[in-house]
Design a protein around this ligand. Structure first.
Ligand code: 13P
Length: 250
């Protein structure tokens, strides 16, 4: 049995003061959750979020990680910095980073390697663009991204990774993949993991769905056999909505 994981990706939202308000409202609402609960906050909110979630069942994640230990990498944040600030998870390869900040399968792989080396729990994002889905390329794109991300990663390390399948056309658009579409593609991604690492790792790996997941569609998505949770953008910015999703993920 895979334990579901619901993670909020706040993206570039919430100042420290706003983060405090959201976390304080959220914590009591999710305290009886049976899934893992994570909030991936902006870098500037990590230390505060870690402090505020002490003694709760909420873990804190970052939204990116540098691939180097330290040095002349202006604007980057290292694994050691994230850990000391209190992050335990990190999102890697989100489609917004691929689209707007030049992230490639190669840099995703380098960041993933660095996260694993430093004991951070990675959430690796993969997913196709609308034209790729319409062109029948969904599986090829997901395969290339998964194979690229896991290049040179041992089976022991691979077992610590969460994958988030996020079809780019469903992000922030209100267009969710249907339950069946999401389940089918996640099942395909699991088959790629099986090719790379075998049945045991593939069956144990948690693969989330992300893309306009909300309080209205969470039950349908979570009822699918392949879907082990969600990576939630917009709906993670309101405590009621996010708590509803967390409590529906059993
Ligand atoms: P939305 O839930 O806002 O569509 O965002 C999904 C996402 O990109 C999470 O990483």
């Amino acid at each position: 049995m895979r334990k579901p994981i619901i993670a909020g990706n706040w993206k570039m939202n919430k100042t420290a003061a706003e983060a405090k308000e959201l976390i304080c409202a959220l914590a009591p609402k999710v305290k009886n959750a049976t899934c893992d609960v994570v909030v991936c906050v902006p870098f500037t909110d990590i230390a505060l979020a870690a402090e505020l979630t002490k003694g709760t069942n909420i873990e804190v994640g970052a939204q990116n990680i540098a691939w180097a230990d330290s040095g002349a990498f202006t604007g980057e944040i290292s694994a050691a910095m994230l850990k000391e600030a209190g992050a335990t998870y990190v999102i890697i390869g989100h489609s917004e980073r691929r689209q707007y900040f030049g992230e490639t399968d190669k840099t995703v792989n380098a960041r993933l390697t660095q996260a694993l080396k430093n004991g951070l729990k990675p959430i690796v994002c993969v997913g196709e663009m609308l034209a790729e889905r319409e062109g029948g390329k969904t599986e090829t794109v997901c395969r290339t991204q998964v194979v690229g991300a896991f290049e040179g990663i041992s089976a022991e390390d691979a077992a610590k990774v969460v994958i988030a399948y996020e079809p780019v056309w469903a992000i922030g658009t209100g267009k969710t993949a249907t339950d069946e579409q999401a389940n089918e593609t996640i099942g395909y991604i699991r088959s790629v993991v099986k090719e790379l690492y075998g049945e045991r790792i593939a069956e144990g790996m948690r693969i989330q769905y992300g893309g306009s997941m909300n309080a209205k569609n969470v039950e349908g998505l979570m009822a699918q056999t392949q879907i082990d949770g969600g990576l939630i953008g917009g709906a993670s910015l309101k405590s009621e909505d996010f708590a509803y999703i967390v409590n529906a993920a059993k």
